[in-house]
Design a protein around this ligand. Structure first.
Ligand code: 5GP
Ligand code: ZN
Length: 116
């Protein structure tokens, strides 16, 4: 995907503060962190969202989750963390390249949602 922001980050065409990479994934600090630790994990290959995953994507989806523990341990959130995957319009996804937010830090991240 020529003009996709996260594809450009994955190719190294846009700089990022990378914390992990392997043959299928890269992980880097969110540019606008919402918690002391706020890392994005993305597949190198362009997948738009959880709305578009196919059976062949299962290994990379599994790896995205499997690496979260290591990311948290190495980036200041050893006692737990939260994973968020915003998907599509209803999920509030802004960048149309699948990404998991891994958030945490020394303090609890708080409730998932505020109750009205
Ligand atoms: P979404 O709302 O799509 O789930 O999350 C997109 C995330 O990407 C946001 O948290 C935003 O701060 C982050 N982001 C947007 N542009 C960039 C960028 O150029 N570099 C980095 N590192 N993060 C970005
Ligand atoms: Zn992309």
């Amino acid at each position: 995907m020529e003009n996709c922001l996260f594809c450009k980050i994955a190719r190294g065409e846009i700089p990022s503060r990378k914390v992990y990479e392997d043959d299928q994934l890269i992980a880097f600090h969110d540019i606008n962190p919402l918690r002391p630790m706020h890392i994005l994990v993305i597949p190198r290959r362009h997948i738009v969202s959880l709305q578009t995953v196919e059976p062949g994507d299962e290994p990379v989806l599994g790896r995205m989750l499997a690496v979260t523990r290591r990311l948290a341990e190495e980036n200041g959130s050893p006692e737990g963390f939260r994973v968020i995957i915003n998907s599509g319009r209803i999920g509030g996804q802004e960048v149309p390249h699948l990404h998991a937010h891994v958030v945490g830090g020394p303090e609890p991240v708080g409730p998932m949602f505020k109750r009205n």
